[in-house]
Design a protein around this ligand. Structure first.
Ligand SMILES: C[S@@+](CC[C@H](N)C(=O)[O-])C[C@H]1O[C@@H](n2cnc3c(N)ncnc32)[C@H](O)[C@@H]1O
Length: 297
């Protein structure tokens, strides 16, 4: 959930001083070590794996660390929504998925549009510190950095005495060569086209004047709302005269799962996002509510 950090609601942009961010912390060994060794700094982990989040929070709680934050979202959108420009002191990526196949390169964390977002939010003089076992990934990242034209680049092989993370341990035990790549921000990045999501101040409920609701009209539908914007409905639950629709909205890769409620009123039904769903209010979320209304009427 985007507006939550450790299940506590946070205001956006995040106001946490001396902040460093680890992307894809996995088991969390590195971020926990950093936090213990640097009590005067704060560390923010971004992970798409919910299990990793749960594990990190448990560990942080047990150790009583007060300087670790984390959130469960894709790193690009985490940076996009949470941080101000020129805010983050350093960014760490340890052994990001290399996505070997060419057709999967678009998933790489360091493709230009993603690196652009990380660079924008990084302070001048701050560094993106990457470790990888995959030289081709390192070369790819250097190419992206060239496009942005805002980094001083430093690279080399790693001489590791004590493994930092689970993956580092794994690659070392296999005798692999490990590499480091440091991208130091020395100026603002050149503009690169990147995905954006339009937020709105409020979502408005939509009224439909129908006698009854036929769940078949709204169940298991997939509707393309725009380029790279898909709205899906799944199951519909009925409770007395009201309904709840399970929904998914994918906007340029930013995913929201939520429920839409359809409430019986005297002269028809009112359709709105369920108060039990935590959502980011976007233009396309409003269109999703309108779409359900259209399907019903
Ligand atoms: C190969 S593992 C490395 C884990 C850890 N850094 C280590 O060295 O042991 C990659 C991690 O990145 C996370 N990840 C992949 N894509 C991500 C994304 N777009 N945003 C945030 N985390 C991501 C995965 O869930 C996984 O935990």
């Amino acid at each position: 959930m985007l507006c939550y950090v450790n299940y506590k609601r946070v205001k956006r942009p995040v106001e946490i001083p001396n902040l460093e961010v680890e992307i894809g912390f996995g088991r969390g060994d590195f971020i926990v070590k950093l936090a213990k060794e640097n009590p005067d700094k704060n560390f923010f982990g971004i992970e798409i794996s919910q299990i990793s989040i749960e594990k990190l929070m448990k560990r942080v709680g047990k150790k009583g660390l007060k300087n670790v934050y984390c959130t469960n979202v894709d790193a690009y959108w985490g940076f996009y929504f949470l941080f101000r420009d020129n805010y983050v002191e350093n960014i760490y990526m340890n052994y990001p998925d290399p996505w070997f196949k060419k057709r999967h390169h678009k998933r790489r964390l360091t493709k230009p549009e993603r690196l652009y977002m990380f660079a924008k939010k990084l302070k001048l003089g701050g560094e993106i510190r990457i470790r990888t076992d995959n030289y081709e990934f390192l070369e790819f990242t250097k190419e992206s950095a060239k496009v942005l034209d805002c980094f001083e680049v430093e690279e080399g092989t790693l001489n590791v005495k004590e493994p930092l993370t689970k993956y580092e341990q794994k690659w070392l035990s296999m005798g692999k060569t490990l590499y480091k790549l440091i991208l130091r921000k020395v100026k603002e990045p050149k503009f690169v086209e990147h995905p954006e999501v339009e937020e709105v101040r409020e979502l408005f409920p939509v009224k439909v004047k129908v006698e009854s609701v036929d769940p078949k009209k709204i169940e298991s539908r997939e509707i393309k709302l725009d380029e790279e914007v898909y709205f899906k409905t799944f199951k519909v639950w009925q409770r007395d005269k009201d309904f709840l629709v399970e929904c998914l909205l994918s906007e340029k890769g930013y995913l929201q799962k939520f429920f839409i409620q359809i409430k019986r009123k005297e002269d028809g039904y009112v359709i709105d996002v369920s108060p039990y769903s935590e959502v980011l209010r976007t233009r396309n979320l409003q269109r999703s509510i309108q779409t359900v209304a259209q399907l019903l009427s």
